[in-house]
Unconditional design. Structure first.
Length: 250
């Protein structure tokens, strides 16, 4: 059950992205919707058809003019995709709730800093973490285009949630292996979630300020790596301060 809860959000997001691809494939082509309408429903010639699509409930019609409007997507398809979309959404919401609950509760045993070279650990956290974030955001920037083109607004929303969750999960793993000590598992999860949120917030804000939303550019990758390194260094500095002045943390 614990493993199921841990992977609930990932499963929901993965199924959601598959759902958007299926819905997109069931609609007229976004590049040439008129041709899709004629190829599937219309005569071999005539004026351009107008495609009317909806993502929820998933539906699509083709207007050939003179009141000749035909369903591109069948009622059965629309119903099935609507039901599966609701189930997918419920799984994503449940996964988000479960994930947020991991940021509270019992901290668990603390791992001490005994026999650990903290300077090397700190350096590894900054270096390898920044490189990992650089690669993740570079890949996400490329997938961002496909998610929005093929998934529309729903694909864009799922991409945002997936990116935030992915950055948080990566930061948590890096913190677990190279993060500040002494520390508990709860501390690491909180630091990872905070770092992932900060990194995404910075690259999202920078993309918005440059007027390039909804598509991230490749320059977001080095910006994310720098932001990650700054955020992680601040966490190490805070941990060192708390260790030097334990009374002030009470």
């Amino acid at each position: 059950m614990a493993a199921l809860k841990r992977w609930m959000l990932a499963a929901g997001l993965g199924l959601g992205l598959i759902w958007t691809v299926v819905v997109s494939a069931s609609m007229p082509s976004g590049w040439d919707p008129s041709k899709s309408c004629f190829d599937k429903l219309g005569p071999t010639y005539g004026p351009d058809a107008i495609a009317d699509t909806s993502w929820f409930p998933p539906s699509a019609t083709c207007d050939f003019g003179d009141g000749n409007v035909r369903d591109y997507m069948t009622t059965t398809q629309s119903v099935i995709l609507s039901v599966t979309g609701i189930l997918m959404l419920a799984l994503v919401v449940a996964g988000i709730v479960v994930t947020l609950r991991t940021l509270s509760g019992e901290p668990g045993p603390a791992r001490s800093a005994d026999d650990v070279n903290l300077r090397r650990r700190h350096r590894n956290h900054l270096l390898y973490g920044a490189l990992d974030v650089l690669m993740l955001v570079a890949v996400a920037s490329a997938l961002n285009v496909a998610a929005i083109i093929f998934g529309g607004i729903i694909g864009g929303i799922l991409f945002l949630i997936t990116t935030i969750a992915g950055l948080g999960a990566l930061a948590n793993v890096l913190d677990r292996h190279t993060g500040p000590l002494p520390s508990t598992a709860l501390d690491g999860r909180r630091r990872g979630a905070a770092t992932g949120g900060i990194v995404f917030g910075v690259i999202f804000a920078a993309t918005a300020l440059t007027g390039q939303l909804p598509f991230f550019r490749l320059w977001a990758a080095p910006l994310a790596a720098i932001t990650y390194a700054v955020a992680v260094h601040a966490q190490w500095t805070k941990a060192a301060t708390r260790q030097s002045h334990p009374a002030s943390a009470l």
